[in-house]
Write a protein that binds this ligand. Structure first.
Ligand SMILES: Cc1cc2nc3c(=O)[nH]c(=O)nc-3n(C[C@H](O)[C@H](O)[C@H](O)COP(=O)(O)OP(=O)(O)OC[C@H]3O[C@@H](n4cnc5c(N)ncnc54)[C@H](O)[C@@H]3O)c2cc1C
Length: 576
C-alpha cells in the first residue's frame, strides 16, 4: 500500500506554499525504500523446494523457517518492495509504515520475540514505546492503557473505582482465553474432520466465552457501558466492533499489549530486510515485481505457479500468503476451487473493513512538536457499534474511530535518518463502495472527483487530529492519503481490507482455515490462518512451515523456541 496517495500531493490546511500543483506535473517521486530483488525470469536459479506467493510476514516466516531446515524457497511478491503490510515507503524527505504501528511482547523472551529472533538471526532490534502505549478518548475524556498487568488494572481502577472486581475478573478472563488459543492453534495441524472430533475435547480446555461475542461477554461482567467502551477501545486492531467480534480476538489483542508496545528500530521495513538473508542462506530468494497469475494444478496437485509474464515456475510445494479470497477466488483455477468446495467455503467468511490511511510529514522533530509514542484512539462517545453502523450507512456522518500514531517518536533512528523532521499516521474506516467506481482506473490518474473525495476525508482526519493536538494546526508540511483502491493496488486486497477476513465468531469455527488445503501441495500462510496482526500472521507462518516439515517440524520448534540463542544485551531500546 506504499505510495498510497494515488499520485497527488496536497497542500496543507495551513495555506503554506502549495506542493500539489508542482507534483501534479511531475508525478510523485518514487519511494527510495526497496527491499528484495527485482524479478526477472533470467534471475531464477534452478529448482526450488517451495514457492511462496506474497512476502507478508506470514510468507517470509514460512520461507525463513524452511530455510533454517535447509530448504530452498522462492518468495514472489507483486509489489515493488517486500514485506506486505509490514513495508515502509519514503517520499519528500519522510518515511512511513503502512501496517505496523506497534507490536506487543517484544521486550521479553516470549514466543513471539523468540520467533522474530529466529527468523532474523537476531538482527531485528526493538524499541520500547512509552509505558502508556494506548490512549482511548471518549469525547474529551481520556483513558490510558499502561504497560504491566498490575499497572494496567490500577490505571483503569483509578478511573472506575466502583468496578475494581470487574477489572480483576476481566484481566483473568483475557488470560484464560489466551491459554485456550494454544489448543485452537494446535488444532489447525489436524484435518478438518479430525479438528471437529477433537473440538469436543479441546472445548473443555477452553473457557466457554472463547468464541462468543465480545460485547455479550463483557456485558455479563458489567453493565457499565463506558467501561465496556474503554476496554474495547482497541477494536480497530481487529477491525470489528464489540457487538460483531469474537471475544478471542479481543482477548488476543488486549493481552498482546499488556507488556507494552514495541516498534522495530529503523522502521517496519527492517522486518523484511532482516528476514531475507535468512531465506537466502539456503539458496532461496525474495523477488519483487513478481506477480503470480495462477497456481498450476496437474493431476489434482499444485505443481508450481504461472507468473503474470507467462513464465511457469515449477515446485512441489506452493504456499499462498495472498489471503483466502485471492488464493481460492483468483489464483486457483475455478474448476479446482469448486471441486474442493472452496467457492462455498469462501461464502462463510467476509472481507474486513476497508480503510483510509493518512501519511503526514512535519518540519521539526517529534520533541519540538510534542509528539508522543502513545497511540491515540479517538471516539466521540462510548457507542462503538452504533456509530460505526451510522457511518457505514452514510459516510458523511462522523468517523466512528480515528486512530493516530506517531512513528517518528517511536523509532530511535528516525532523527538521524531524517533530521529535523517528524511523522504522523492516521487510520480510519471507510465504506469500499464509495470508491468502487474508480477501481478500473489507472493508479495516479483517477481524476478530480476521486481526488476531491480523498481530500474531503483528509480534511476530516486532520480536523480530528487538531481536536486533540491543536498546536499542530499550521505545522503540517506534507500529507497524502490512501484509499481502499491503493490497498488493492499495492497489497492485492480487492476490497481494501484492513485485516484480511473478518474476526467474527463464524471465522473461528472454520476448520478449513488452516495451513494445509485439500489440494495436495498447496498450503496457506499469513493472517487468514490464525488471526491478523504481525505476530498472528508470523505464528501462522511458522505453523505452516512446521506442518510442511512433518515430524521434522518438532526439530524446527525446538530450534526456534528451546535451543539456546544469543540473548540480546537488552531486549529493547528505551527511547530517551
Ligand atoms: C493500516 C494497518 C495498520 C496495522 N497496524 C498493525 C499494528 O500496529 N500492529 C500489528 O501487529 N498489526 C497491524 N496491522 C496488521 C498486520 O500488518 C497484518 O495483519 C499482517 O502484516 C499481515 O501479514 P500477512 O502475512 O497475512 O500478509 P500481508 O501483509 O497481507 O501480505 C500479503 C502479500 O501478498 C502479496 N500478494 C498477493 N497476491 C499476490 C500475487 N498474486 N502475486 C504476488 N504477490 C501477491 C501482496 O502484495 C502482499 O504483499 C495493520 C494492518 C493495517 C492494514
Amino acid at each position: 500500500m506504499a505510495d498510497t496517495s494515488d499520485g497527488i500531493n496536497h497542500e496543507s490546511a495551513n495555506k503554506e506554499p502549495i506542493k500539489k500543483k508542482k507534483e501534479k506535473k511531475t508525478g510523485l517521486a518514487p519511494s527510495t525504500i526497496r527491499i528484495g530483488k527485482r524479478y526477472r525470469p533470467s534471475r531464477l536459479n534452478g529448482s526450488y523446494d517451495a514457492i511462496v506467493i506474497g512476502s507478508g510476514i506470514g510468507g517470509l516466516t514460512t520461507a525463513a523457517s524452511m530455510s533454517k531446515m535447509g530448504k530452498k524457497v522462492l518468495v514472489l511478491e507483486q509489489h515493488y518492495t517486500a514485506g506486505g503490510y509490514t513495508h515502509s515507503y519514503s517520499r519528500n524527505g519522510y518515511e512511513w509504515d503502512v501496517g505496523v504501528h506497534y507490536i506487543g511482547d517484544m521486550g521479553y523472551p516470549t514466543m513471539g520475540r523468540k520467533l522474530f529472533d529466529f527468523i532474523t538471526d537476531g538482527k531485528l532490534k526493538w524499541a520500547a514505546m512509552d509505558d502508556n502505549y494506548d490512549r482511548i478518548f471518549l469525547g474529551d475524556e481520556e483513558f490510558n492503557f499502561v504497560k504491566g498487568k498490575e499497572a494496567f488494572k490500577n490505571e483503569l481502577k483509578r478511573k472506575f473505582p466502583e468496578e475494581s472486581a470487574v477489572i480483576d475478573k476481566y484481566v483473568h478472563m483475557i488470560d484464560e482465553a489466551n491459554k485456550g488459543m494454544q489448543w485452537f492453534t494446535m488444532g489447525k495441524l489436524f484435518k478438518p474432520w479430525q479438528q471437529k472430533a477433537l473440538s469436543f475435547a479441546t472445548k473443555k480446555l477452553m473457557p466457554e466465552y472463547f468464541n462468543r461475542n465480545t460485547y455479550e461477554v463483557l456485558r455479563e461482567l458489567t453493565s457499565n457501558e463506558k467501561l465496556i467502551a474503554v476496554l474495547t477501545g482497541q477494536w480497530g486492531d481487529c477491525g470489528m466492533t464489540p457487538k460483531k467480534s469474537a471475544f478471542i480476538i479481543h482477548a488476543l489483542i488486549a493481552k498482546h499489549y499488556f507488556n507494552g508496545g514495541y516498534y522495530p528500530v529503523g522502521g517496519a521495513s527492517k522486518i523484511a530486510e532482516t528476514i531475507i538473508p535468512v531465506v537466502q542462506a539456503s539458496g532461496g530468494e525474495v523477488f519483487t515485481y513478481a506477480s503470480v497469475d495462477q497456481v498450476l494444478v496437474e493431476k489434482g496437485k499444485a505443481v508450481g505457479v504461472r507468473m503474470k509474464d507467462g513464465t511457469a515456475i515449477r515446485s512441489p510445494l506452493v504456499i499462498s500468503n495472498a489471503g483466502v479470497f485471492n488464493t481460492f477466488g483468483r489464483l486457483l483455477p475455478e474448476a479446482v476451487s469448486r471441486k474442493h468446495g472452496y467457492d462455498k467455503k469462501l461464502k462463510k467468511v467476509s472481507p474486513s473493513y476497508a480503510h483510509l490511511g493518512m501519511y503526514i510529514g512535519l518540519k521539526g522533530d517529534s520533541k519540538s512538536h510534542d509528539l508522543p509514542s502513545t497511540n491515540f484512539w479517538m471516539y466521540a462517545d462510548e457507542k462503538h457499534d452504533e456509530n460505526t453502523d451510522k457511518f457505514f450507512d452514510d459516510y458523511k456522518k462522523p468517523f466512528p474511530v480515528v486512530y493516530v500514531s506517531f512513528p517518528s517518536a517511536k523509532d530511535p533512528e528516525f532523527n538521524s535518518k531524517y533530521p529535523g523532521r517528524s511523522t504522523i499516521e492516521i487510520v480510519a474506516p471507510t465504506p469500499y463502495h464509495i470508491f468502487e467506481k474508480w477501481k478500473d482506473e489507472t493508479w495516479g490518474k483517477r481524476g478530480d472527483e476521486y481526488e476531491e473525495l480523498k481530500e474531503y476525508f483528509s480534511q476530516r482526519m486532520l480536523e480530528a487530529l487538531y481536536e486533540k493536538m491543536p498546536h499542530l494546526r499550521g505545522k503540517i508540511d506534507y500529507y497524502e492519503t490512501s484509499t481502499p483502491l491503493s490497498t488493492d493496488y499495492f497489497c492485492y486486497y480487492s476490497k481494501g481490507e484492513l485485516y484480511g477476513i473478518d474476526h467474527d465468531m463464524n471465522r473461528f469455527d472454520q476448520e478449513w482455515l488452516q495451513p494445509k488445503t485439500s489440494i495436495p501441495g498447496l498450503y496457506l500462510t499469513g493472517q487468514d490462518v490464525l488471526s491478523a496482526g504481525v505476530v498472528g500472521a508470523m505464528m501462522a507462518g511458522f505453523l505452516t512451515a512446521g506442518q510442511i516439515m512433518g515430524l521434522k517440524g518438532l526439530k524446527l520448534a525446538k530450534m526456534a523456541f528451546f535451543d539456546k540463542q544469543d540473548v540480546p544485551e537488552q531486549w529493547a531500546v528505551q527511547m530517551e
